[in-house]
Design a protein around this ligand. Sequence first.
Ligand code: COA
Length: 180
Amino acid sequence: MPDTVAATERLILRRWREEDREPFAQINADPRVMEFFPELLTREESDRMVDRIEDHFRRHGFGLCAVELRRERSFIGFIGLNIPTFQAAFTPCVEIGWRLSADHWGQGLATEGAREMVRYAFEAAGLESLVSFTVPANLRSRSVMAKIGMTHNPAEDFDHPRLPEGHPLRRHVLYRLRRE
Ligand SMILES: CC(C)(COP(=O)(O)OP(=O)(O)OC[C@H]1O[C@@H](n2cnc3c(N)ncnc32)[C@H](O)[C@@H]1OP(=O)(O)O)[C@@H](O)C(=O)NCCC(=O)NCCS
């Protein structure tokens, strides 16, 4: 398929299609998925995010891939690469990130797709290093970061510049991975 970026045993990582928008909006409206984000997204906000992701692919050649289950051929979220647009001590950089439908958590799918995206980042995209970040309480996501070999240096923890002082989600942990 021409829009495929990468594939694993259970997943296809690919460019976005129109029919991904509805299930993605459902994922972004699920309080389980959005527990560690400031707000649930409306359909319009979710669609704007898809527009930004596809724009990122066109400008940089890589991005947050739509994730499809190979067996069911169904869309279940994203895993991929993104260049943050805010400024912090560790920017400019490329982050690796993921968001999957809660119905599919706990089967190692995020780790499986993220491992493949690490390989893609260092081999196909020629990147030297990746970061990932989240709030300290997001243990599922931190566990994926650790399983793909990322390391956390507490000295690099930071306050997210997009969130106001005193916001409960402002503090973030930073993980890094360098190409060997
Ligand atoms: C983070 C996310 C992508 C993980 O997806 P997943 O496919 O379930 O991930 P995996 O199955 O590969 O790994 C999940 C890990 O979390 C662990 N885990 C599950 N529930 C947990 C809990 N309540 N507390 C701590 N760890 C937990 C699992 O045991 C597993 O780690 P292990 O293999 O070391 O045991 C998914 O939970 C998600 O989409 N979350 C919402 C969006 C989000 O927060 N994205 C990241 C923002 S930075």
